[in-house]
Design a binder for this molecule. Structure first.
Ligand SMILES: CC(C)(COP(=O)(O)OP(=O)(O)OC[C@H]1O[C@@H](n2cnc3c(N)ncnc32)[C@H](O)[C@@H]1OP(=O)(O)O)[C@@H](O)C(=O)NCCC(=O)NCCS
Length: 179
């Protein structure tokens, strides 16, 4: 899949993206680091998982990169997961190379991916879970227009253990719930 925004291209992850995504080894909140102690192994699995998921009907997982439209430089990644309960419930996770932080890039990407989830994938609910201490992460959810729903306690596990408090944000379109 591919989504274009004013400044960005959001597209499926590819094998030649691994060097650009090496930054994920450094950040304490990054998904690749958070889910596995050896993130250099993780990207291969991630790419393979995305290829397999593309053959599923309906597709239940998307691993995407965020690239600058002008140069095609990969600056971050963004993933969509669906709930085991229903493919019309989605969750978004993301990270960005620190060089590009605080330029509104992630907000722009999340806004576009959320709209894609509703309009194209027909998801009625799209959410973000963010560690209460990870201000940048939940600010992105707020700036992208999601509604704050509350705190989930010990709801998300990283390889270092459970996160005590996660803020939950969601964009909900009840009219998309299939009859
Ligand atoms: C979360 C992350 C992707 C945000 O990327 P970004 O492109 O810088 O986000 P944006 O520029 O769109 O918005 C970030 C907002 O958080 C704010 N922010 C960032 N760090 C902050 C801090 N320490 N204190 C207060 N506000 C902070 C920014 O100022 C901005 O809000 P503003 O526009 O109101 O000023 C990036 O910080 C990152 O990759 N972090 C590591 C991985 C991660 O945490 N992923 C999320 C897991 S759910």
């Amino acid at each position: 899949m591919e989504i274009a925004t004013p400044r960005l291209i959001i597209r499926d992850i590819r094998a030649d993206d691994t060097d650009a995504l090496a930054y994920t080894k450094e950040d304490k909140y990054s998904y690749h680091k958070a889910t596995r102690p050896h993130p250099e192994d993780r990207l291969d699995i991630e790419i393979a998982r995305n290829v397999i998921s593309m053959s599923e009907k309906p597709q239940r997982f998307w691993s995407l990169v965020i690239a600058l439209k002008e140069t095609q430089t990969v600056i971050g990644s963004i993933r969509i997961y669906t709930s085991p309960a229903s493919p019309s419930i989605g969750e978004i996770g993301f990270d960005l190379n620190e060089i590009y932080w605080r330029k509104d890039y992630t907000t722009e990407a999340v806004r576009a991916v959320t709209a894609y989830c509703h309009d194209i994938l027909k998801m009625h609910r799209v959410s973000i879970r963010a560690d209460v201490n990870n201000i940048a992460s939940w600010r992105v959810a707020e700036k992208a227009g999601m509604q704050y729903e509350g705190i989930a306690r010990y709801d998300f596990r990283t390889w270092q253990g459970f996160i005590p408090e996660m803020k939950i944000y969601a964009s909900v379109r009840p009219e998309l719930i299939a009859a």
